[in-house]
Design a protein around this ligand. Sequence first.
Ligand code: ATP
Ligand code: MG
Length: 358
Amino acid sequence: MMAARTLRIGLIPGDGIGKEVIPAGRRILEALPASLKLKFEFVDLKAGFETFEQTGVALPDKTVETLKNECDGALFGAVSSPSKAVKGYSSPIVALRKRLDLYANVRPVKSVMTATNPIDMVIVRENTEDLYVKEERTYAAEDGSKIAEAIKRISEKASFRIATMAGEIALRRQKIRDSGAASIHQSPMVTITHKSNVLSQTDGLFRSTAREALANPRFASVGVEEQIVDSMVYKLFRQPETYDVIVAPNLYGDILSDGAAALVGSLGLVPSANVGEGFAIGEPCHGSAPDIMGKNIANPIATLRSVALMLEFLNEETAAAKIYAAVDGNLEEGKLLSPDLGGKATTTEVVEDILRRL
Ligand code: ATP
Ligand code: MG
């Protein structure tokens, strides 16, 4: 008999509806069938604006150390971003990505397969460099007017590892499809996004390195194509069904993933994962949604899908597939939907419907 695997998961609810959806994430892990031979231990951890107000730090060292030394993965809810800059406060999730070297932001965007134009894609965004190195400066032109500039940095190393991850994700998605999951794609495909016609050195390096990474014989079954980012936006809105895996440098990835999320109707449906070597943090794409907090009406699906995505990166594809199927079942039946999807169900009712389907 196979021994059970125990996974230790850090739970960081953060602020606002994070406190309502992260407990739902815990519940679905606890409800996974015993036949999967998976056990979970949970560690409650702090981060966020409320933590900052209480302790003066948004991301306590203890949270980072516990994740590093004791956890296999984590779930992160949301942190509220104060409308005005607050002295000493900066986003804990950005800091966490850096301190744990979570170099990829992975965002699947999927509609129900019964939709008129079903979509099923995942955007793999590089998360450590590009314009986000935040090396900016402002200086005076000869006439005294101001000029501001920012560095766009692309490295061979970061481009290679993100493209490799995109290739691995394409293979894994195919494996999940082969095991019977409904999908619109027949074979794996990675689309490399760039603007190398203008930025021949930076985006040129991203493009050629991604090509090289994906030429590895391991990816022989994966189709590789490329697309210039502006025409990509056009096609993303006109023919989103054509995309399987999209890999992009940081800035384009940021923009494309919000655009793609808009295609499926609600922020409450879209999951993400922050991924590094051997560690993944699942995180719903939405924020802390202060307008609906405390009402038990937040859509928990973005979080439940983030749980599944985290499990994929912990090599627990079967468990992940069960969660995806239970969520799809809820959406396809359409009887117990939260208000953002036009329904009347509470967070708790949606979670319970999905747990029943597990
Ligand atoms: P933050 O500063 O934390 O990002 P925000 O005010 O920008 O907060 P978001 O969480 O980004 O709010 O959400 C944007 C809109 O989408 C809000 O109207 C919010 O109510 C809605 N929304 C976000 N997440 C969900 C969810 N899980 N379920 C239902 N509605 C949601
Ligand atoms: Mg927001």
